[in-house]
Design a protein around this ligand. Structure first.
Ligand SMILES: *[C@@H]1O[C@H](CO)[C@@H](O)[C@H](O)[C@H]1NC(C)=O
Ligand SMILES: *[C@@H]1O[C@H](CO)[C@@H](O)[C@H](O)[C@H]1NC(C)=O
Length: 265
């Protein structure tokens, strides 16, 4: 039947809009990827351990950071680069990484993930990563002070030394300022963007884990909406059938009338 399908669609729209209604005040950019096969991680190599990158894993899945941003230039058309390390991934599983930031700091983010071998074999990526790491390490002392006062593990989260093989990825975030203002201070130097970086595994490779609480909340609502919709559909279809029957009678006579009019001409 035609009408119940429309109502079902309405119910569907209602529930999906509920799903997306929550993070209204923040902007989100994300990338979806499948975790790579295990690769030997050179844990003992000082080059690798001393990168000083902040890490994300399915257990430590959220970071609050200040990302440096800049207006697009010829050399950096997508803005300033920041690098992070994703570890303890489950090979073959789908994940997404999201960056959430306040709408009051208009920024265009570009997110990319690179496997270990990809990064190490690409000169451009490697030099960008090295440059970022160097900046981190030279500013490390001041950040360690910040860490002490903040009692948050900021730069070097305690981590058991990675062994043998692991599924890991480098995450590169490009941040380009995306605003125009008459405030010349803000046009000359872009403020760092306060952002949350979230690593979200997909359950059964279909469904982001962080959506589960929302679904648990929405599901009973959807069931109730379904039953109400079915009831309305039944009532409506009875009414519509009656109306059509009624019209058929009327319409028939109208057509006859018109024919008669034509004959008269
Ligand atoms: C971010 O920008 C500030 C100010 O320009 C600079 O001191 C700092 O080293 C930058 N941080 C990174 C990680 O590039
Ligand atoms: C420009 O922006 C900066 C940083 O938000 C602020 O401190 C300053 O007061 C602003 N200047 C003017 C003229 O509004």
């Amino acid at each position: 039947m035609y009408i119940p399908r429309q109502l079902a669609l309405a119910a569907h729209l209602l529930t999906t809009s509920l799903l997306y209604a929550q993070p209204a005040a923040a902007n989100v950019e994300k990338t979806i990827f499948v975790a790579p096969p295990r690769e030997p991680v050179p844990a003992e190599s000082p080059d690798f351990d001393d990168l000083g990158l902040e890490r994300l894993s399915p257990e430590e899945f959220k970071l609050r950071v200040n990302l440096n941003a800049s207006f697009p230039t010829q050399q950096l058309p997508h803005g300033t680069e920041s690098w992070f390390f994703l570890e303890d991934l489950n090979p073959g599983q789908r994940y997404e990484v999201r960056v959430c930031w306040l709408a009051t700091q208009p920024t265009a983010f570009t997110l990319d993930t690179y496997s270990l071998s990809e990064t190490l074999s690409n000169q451009e990526l490697l030099s960008s990563l090295a440059k970022f790491s160097e900046t981190l390490l030279t500013s490390a002392p001041s950040k360690s002070l910040l860490k002490a006062s903040n009692d948050k593990d900021y730069l070097y989260p305690p981590k058991t030394p990675a062994s043998e093989t692991e599924s890991v990825l480098f995450l590169r975030i490009l941040a380009a300022a995306d605003y125009y203002t008459s405030n010349s201070t803000l046009m000359e130097s872009v403020q760092p963007v306060k952002a949350d970086i979230i690593l979200d595994p997909f359950l059964l490779n279909v469904f982001p884990r962080s959506l589960v609480p929302t679904v648990i909340y929405v599901l009973p609502v959807a069931v109730v909406v379904y039953f109400i919709a079915t009831y309305i559909a039944k009532t409506l279809s009875v009414a519509v059938t009656a109306a059509i029957d009624c019209q058929d009678g009327d319409g028939g006579s109208k057509v006859k009338n018109q024919k008669e009019v034509k004959k008269d001409r």
